[in-house]
Design a protein around this ligand. Structure first.
Ligand SMILES: N[C@H](CCC[C@H](N)C(=O)O)C(=O)O
Length: 297
C-alpha cells in the first residue's frame, strides 16, 4: 500500500495547465515515478504536472518542490505549477504558512524561483535566468549559436519546421518560429517526434510560435512528458527570450496560449518574470486502489 493513499491534494490549473498540488512537508516521503503516473491516471487527480511540496532544503527558502510530468518524469521547472503552489501556500487552510509578507522563495532541483502575489488569483514568478549555452539546454552536440540550431522536420527542400531556438528555463525548450497560425500545424503528430529527437539528450518541450505584434506572440506547446497542454509557463518564458534574441520583439510580450494569456518580461538583469492566473478547481484524497500497481517511494 502506498503511503500516499488517503492523502489530500488540490486540483488546480494555471492558464489551463492542469496541476495537482500535494503537500508532503513534515514527512520523509518521496513520490515515485510509478505513483505519479498512478495519480495522473485517475480522472479525479489527472494532471499535466504534479507539484509536490517538501520541507525547505536551503536556508532562505520556503519549500522545496519536486515536479512530475504525466509520464512520471521529473522537471526542474514548471511556471504554471509554481503559481499554483504559491496560491496554496498563501490561501489553502491546510497548507498556508504563517503570513510573512507576500514573497515566497521556492526551490527545485534547477534552482530557486521567487513568487509575488499581484492579485487574488494572479502571481508573478521570477523564473530566474535563461540558460542559453548548448550544453546548458542541453543539446547533444556543440552549437555556438543557440538562437537557431540545425534541426528540421520534413523534406529537405521544403521542411515543415526548421531552425528552432533552444533555451532552458531549468528545463529544455525548442521553439520553432513560424509565419502562419501555429494551429495549422499538427503538433500532436510532430511533437512526440521532436520531443525524443537525439539532439535533446534530456528530451525537450516543443513550441510553435508566431510573433503577431511587437509585444504579442501566439504559442502552442507539446510538453516533454505531458504532451499537448493548454499552457506552458516555461515555454512562454523561453519563447520570449528566443524572440528577443532574434530581435523579433523587445524584451516583453503577452503570450496567447489555448488556455489563457501569460505576460512575460526578460528583465535587463537577465531574470525572466512570468505573470499569470491560478484557479482552484477543488480538492480530494487519493483513493488507495489507484496505487495498486505502483511501487512506493
Ligand atoms: N513538461 C515540462 C515541465 C512543465 C512545464 C510547464 N507545464 C510549465 O508551466 O512550465 C518539462 O518536462 O520540462
Amino acid at each position: 500500500m502506498s503511503p500516499l493513499a488517503d492523502r489530500r491534494f488540490l486540483k488546480m490549473h494555471g492558464a489551463g495547465n492542469a496541476i495537482v498540488v500535494l503537500d508532503l512537508r513534515g514527512t520523509a516521503l518521496r513520490v515515485t515515478a510509478a505513483e505519479a503516473r498512478a495519480i495522473g491516471a485517475d480522472p479525479r487527480s489527472r494532471f499535466d504536472q504534479l507539484m509536490v511540496v517538501h520541507d525547505p532544503v536551503s536556508p532562505g527558502t520556503d519549500a522545496f518542490m519536486r515536479i512530475y510530468n504525466t509520464d512520471g518524469s521529473e522537471s526542474g521547472a514548471c511556471g504554471n505549477g509554481t503559481r499554483c503552489v504559491a496560491y496554496a501556500l498563501h490561501d489553502d487552510p491546510a497548507m498556508a504558512r504563517p503570513a510573512e509578507g507576500g514573497r515566497l522563495t521556492l526551490e527545485t532541483k534547477a534552482g530557486r524561483v521567487a513568487v509575488n502575489r499581484v492579485g487574488e488569483l494572479s502571481f508573478t514568478v521570477d523564473m530566474g535566468q535563461p540558460r542559453l549555452k548548448w550544453d546548458e539546454i542541453p543539446l547533444a552536440e556543440p552549437f555556438p549559436d543557440t538562437r537557431r540550431i540545425e534541426l528540421q522536420l520534413g523534406p529537405i527542400d521544403d521542411p515543415v519546421l526548421h531552425s528552432p531556438a533552444a533555451v532552458s528555463m531549468g528545463n529544455p525548450h525548442a521553439i520553432f518560429f513560424v509565419e502562419r497560425d501555429p494551429d495549422t500545424f499538427d503538433l500532436g503528430r510532430i511533437g512526440p517526434l521532436l520531443e525524443a529527437h537525439p539532439i535533446f539528450p534530456e528530451r525537450a518541450n516543443i513550441s510553435i510560435a508566431q510573433v503577431t505584434g511587437r509585444d504579442t506572440i501566439k504559442l502552442r506547446v507539446w510538453e516533454r512528458g505531458a504532451g499537448l497542454t493548454l499552457a506552458c509557463g516555461t515555454a512562454a518564458c523561453a519563447t520570449v527570450v528566443a524572440a528577443a534574441r532574434l530581435r523579433m520583439i523587445g524584451r516583453a510580450a503577452r503570450v496567447a496560449l489555448p488556455g489563457g494569456e501569460l505576460s512575460i518580461e526578460w528583465r535587463a538583469d537577465d531574470h525572466v518574470l512570468m505573470t499569470g492566473p491560478v484557479f482552484l478547481e477543488g480538492e480530494g484524497t487519493f483513493a488507495p486502489e489507484i496505487f495498486a500497481g505502483a511501487s512506493a517511494g
